[in-house]
Design a protein around this ligand. Structure first.
Ligand code: 6PG
Length: 222
């Protein structure tokens, strides 16, 4: 079953995450010559991406994918692909498979489905969690499509239109790392730990998942 790993604060989550990603990369590259990594969107993982970008790691065999994307213009600062590029990690990687979300959710999902179906199993999948327990663009009370990548038109977190990997596609990996930081996540993290059925708890209900979280969110006043 999944493992819970408590660390002290957001900086330690980022540092621990970057070390685990780096270890997964060297193992994958020695085993099959490349490292396929699905990036989490949002702000939580950006510090870890910066640490990796600023390190002396050779990322030329890294293949970066996205767990979800917001349907915004390709250069919009709120695009996950743009936020990742600004950390410097995209430039360091060998290949970056950006979701063409600027084409609209349907076309972008269709296009990315082929990319994902050829890429799985991923070596590592990174996840964030929203205040409501969502992950990627899988939201509470929203049905999933059976396809590995599907369109979302009613996201409660703007923008409403997105593209997301499914639970099954996200779980099709050797290692999974969820990063949970931010006082606003405390309620959902406590609910998850208590057994609530949330999109994040469904995706992480697999033996390869490790949850890296800020200790204060469960044990502190957060
Ligand atoms: C997105 C993300 C989303 C994110 C969570 C947490 O595109 O919005 O994929 O699932 O991981 O909402 O976001 P923060 O890390 O910014 O809190």
């Amino acid at each position: 079953m999944m493992r819970w790993i408590a660390v002290d604060g957001a900086t330690d989550v980022a540092r621990e995450a970057s070390q685990r990603i780096s270890a997964a990369a060297s193992s994958a590259i020695s085993q099959h010559g490349y490292f396929s990594l699905v990036l989490a969107g949002g702000s939580t993982p950006l510090t870890a991406y910066k640490l990796l970008a600023q390190s002396d790691l050779d990322c030329s065999a890294w293949r970066l994918y996205f767990g979800d994307e917001r349907c915004l213009p390709a250069d919009d600062p709120n695009r996950n692909s743009v936020m990742v590029a600004q950390t410097g990690l995209s430039e360091k990687a060998g290949e970056v498979f950006v979701m063409r979300a600027e084409w609209g959710a349907e076309r972008a999902a269709e296009n990315y489905r082929q990319i994902v179906d050829e890429a799985v199993p991923f070596d590592m999948v990174l996840l964030g969690m929203g205040e409501d327990g969502h992950t990627a663009s899988l939201f509470p009370g929203h049905d999933e499509n059976s396809a590995s990548v599907f369109s979302v038109y009613d996201s409660p977190k703007p923008p409403a239109e997105r593209v997301s990997l499914s639970t099954a596609a996200l779980q099709n990996c050797r290692e999974m790392l969820a990063l949970i930081v931010g006082d606003a996540k405390s309620r959902s993290l406590r609910a998850w730990k208590a057994g609530a059925d949330l999109p994040i708890s469904r995706v992480c209900a697999c033996r390869q998942c490790q949850v890296l979280y800020d200790r204060d969110l469960l044990e502190g006043k957060a």
